[in-house]
Write a protein that binds this ligand. Structure first.
Ligand code: PLP
Length: 392
């Protein structure tokens, strides 16, 4: 068999590989604490589960419209108005199976040989993978610890060339927990106004996961660029629904038909009962989301304090999402080397910063979507492992 050449450009999300390795070690009898995967450990709130169960009993067994159930698209539009302050036409909302399909559709719309796409590095690994898969050139937007893992708007704008087709931004960010501030966004948007042909993919999947009173600044709230902004959001993280596979895109009117065509050519539509559950998540009581965020905030403080107490580690306080991204350069280990060592010697699954791009060298990603007990155990094991390795 001869595979298509472009497949050799496809990358991966090593969180899934580390998860598989951790599970295999567990099966072989090893005790593993898993802070590798970005999947909240809470049960999906009971009202959402019940809505999904009832939908199945009520006969939601069939195809829905390709863009999703009208009542769910309406609920998404209302949620956008409430959280982003912008009225959205439900016709421009497309429900998809998870956060990733919006990413896949948007990058495949604009990526091709000769095109350039700007993306955050370190950043969610699938951006770079898909850009390369389409044959386009990935152009990294460097996120630096010194600037709280936000970006320098002037440096970003300087990377735009006549070949730039799209820019991808993600705030709050995976893997750094960094949050882009309004002043930086204002400057970036002012510059983007001078590049009217550049599409903007705004990955806002962590937009409800903010701490210390931080406010989410959506690129959608800027009228001057709104006609070329694609919002990516979904249910996985906020409602602890990673396995349900439900997300949405808000598309410019000029792109929604192409997006719908891509959906028809791939998924047909998202699962019907899952969409009913997704509507309940948006319109039902929000107390469980608040409770989960309170728990994440406590875990954030515990993990950052614990990481900073490990010789050779230093960790800035993340402002959003549920990841800590400590600098480990002073340990003398390379990131990947330490990822492997911690899994095998200490039984702690975490990810090398390089799983998120070359600029993640010198960092590790710890997901604190895990119990306080697991977080404390992982911290003790990492500290012990480094002490045994002679790190001072
Ligand atoms: N975008 C970012 C930044 C993410 O971190 C993730 C998942 O980790 C996704 C998108 C994909 O979300 P989903 O699991 O709903 O496809």
């Amino acid at each position: 068999m001869k595979l298509a050449q472009r497949l050799s450009n496809l990358g991966t999300e090593s969180a899934f590989e580390v998860l598989a390795r951790a599970k295999a070690l567990q099966k072989a009898g090893k005790n593993i604490v898993n802070l590798g995967i970005g999947s909240p450990d809470f049960r999906t709130p009971a009202n959402i589960v019940e809505a999904g169960r009832k939908a199945l009993a009520d006969g939601y067994h069939f195809y829905t419209p390709a863009k999703g159930l009208p009542e769910l698209r309406e609920a998404v539009a209302q949620d956008c108005l409430a959280r982003r302050g912008v009225a959205v036409d439900p016709e421009n909302v497309m429900i998809v199976p998870g956060g990733k399909p919006t990413m896949y559709f948007a990058i495949s719309m604009f990526g091709e040989s000769g095109a350039e796409i700007l993306y955050p590095n370190p950043g969610f690994p699938i951006y770079e993978s898909l850009i390369k898969y389409t044959g386009a050139t990935p152009v990294p937007i460097e996120l630096r610890e010194e600037s709280g893992f936000s970006f320098n708007p002037d440096a970003v704008l300087a990377k735009i060339t006549p070949r730039t087709r799209m820019i991808i931004l993600n705030t709050p960010a995976n893997p750094t927990g960094g949050v882009v501030r309004k002043a930086e966004m204002d400057r970036l948007v002012a510059g983007l106004e001078k590049h009217p042909d550049v599409a903007i993919l705004s990955d806002e999947i962590y937009s409800r996961m903010l701490y210390d009173g931080e406010q989410h600044v959506s690129l959608y709230s800027y009228p001057s660029i709104r006609e070329r902004v694609i919002i990516l959001d979904g249910w996985s993280k906020t409602f602890s629904m990673t396995g349900w596979r439900l997300g949405y895109g808000v598309w410019p009117a000029s792109l929604i038909q192409t997006a719908e065509r891509l959906q028809i050519n791939s998924n047909s539509c998202p699962s019907a009962p899952v969409q009913v559950a997704g509507r309940e998540a948006l319109v039902g009581p929000q107390g469980d989301v608040d409770k989960m965020m309170k728990a994440f905030d406590e875990r954030r403080r515990v993990i950052v304090a614990g990481l900073n107490a490990i010789p050779g580690f230093s960790c800035v306080m993340p402002k959003g999402a549920f990841y800590a991204f400590p600098n480990i350069t002073k340990t003398g280990f390379k990131s990947k080397e330490l990822e492997v060592k911690l899994l095998h010697d200490a039984g702690v699954a975490i990810l090398s910063g390089t799983a998120f791009g070359a600029l993640g060298e010198g960092y590790l990603r710890f997901s604190y979507a895990a119990s306080l007990e697991d977080i404390r155990e992982a911290l003790a094991r990492v500290k012990n492992c480094l002490a045994t390795a002679g790190v001072k």
